[in-house]
Write a protein that binds this ligand. Structure first.
Ligand code: ITT
Length: 177
């Protein structure tokens, strides 16, 4: 199974569930779209030669900003980063947010399926933790006290948007681990 990504943090999470997974950084083009699903569907079309494969488009959706950065999460991470988000939200009372992950799976015959996982949480007021990647140090999942950056990869996989999407894929497709 090829995991098509440029993000080593993501790959580490896949590797825990799919030990045979290989990271394949082929730099596919992401279209500008309103939803993660559209981005994934369009990208899959261009990646047939690498099947069986997984691609993953994820984002952080902040309620106070009607879901921004959402599909723009990568751009906002490059420009504002976690510190910029905290600065932007300095006086925000509503810190509710959610992570979404859409997995695009293409089997060796070219069949495509999408799997989604969502995890609700809140944005912290300061950076917490050094693990994980991306927005992990500023996101606490609901009913938890630690950020994604303060827990292990295994623990994150149990409750995260990506963990849920991977579980859906595994159960549906019965892919052996
Ligand atoms: P690929 O598209 O190459 O897989 P990417 O880092 O561009 O890698 P995304 O577009 O899916 O991946 O991610 C959008 C942004 O959201 C990016 O800055 C990620 O670091 C961040 N992100 C995605 N999943 C995350 C997670 O589980 N925890 C924290 N940040 C995450």
């Amino acid at each position: 199974m090829n995991i098509i990504t440029s993000n080593e943090g993501k790959f580490k999470e896949y590797k825990k569930i799919f030990p045979e997974a290989r990271m394949h950084n082929v730099g596919y083009h992401e279209i500008q779209a309103d939803t993660l699903e559209e981005v994934v569907e369009q990208a899959l079309i261009t990646l047939k030669e690498h099947a069986p494969l997984i691609i993953d488009d994820s984002g952080l959706f902040i309620d106070e900003y009607d879901g921004f950065p959402g599909v723009y999460s990568a751009y906002v991470m490059h420009t504002l980063g976690c510190k910029g988000i905290l600065k932007l939200m300095k006086d925000a009372d509503n810190r509710n947010s959610r992570f979404e992950c859409v997995i695009g799976y293409m089997d060796s015959t070219g069949n495509i399926e999408l799997f989604k996982g969502i995890t609700d949480g809140i944005i912290t007021k300061e950076i917490r933790g050094t693990g994980g990647f991306g927005y992990d140090p500023i996101f606490i999942p609901v009913n938890h006290e630690k950020t994604f950056a303060q827990i292990t990869t295994e623990e994150k996989n149990k409750i995260s948007h990506r963990g849920k999407a991977m579980k859906a894929l595994l159960i549906d497709r019965e892919i052996t681990r």
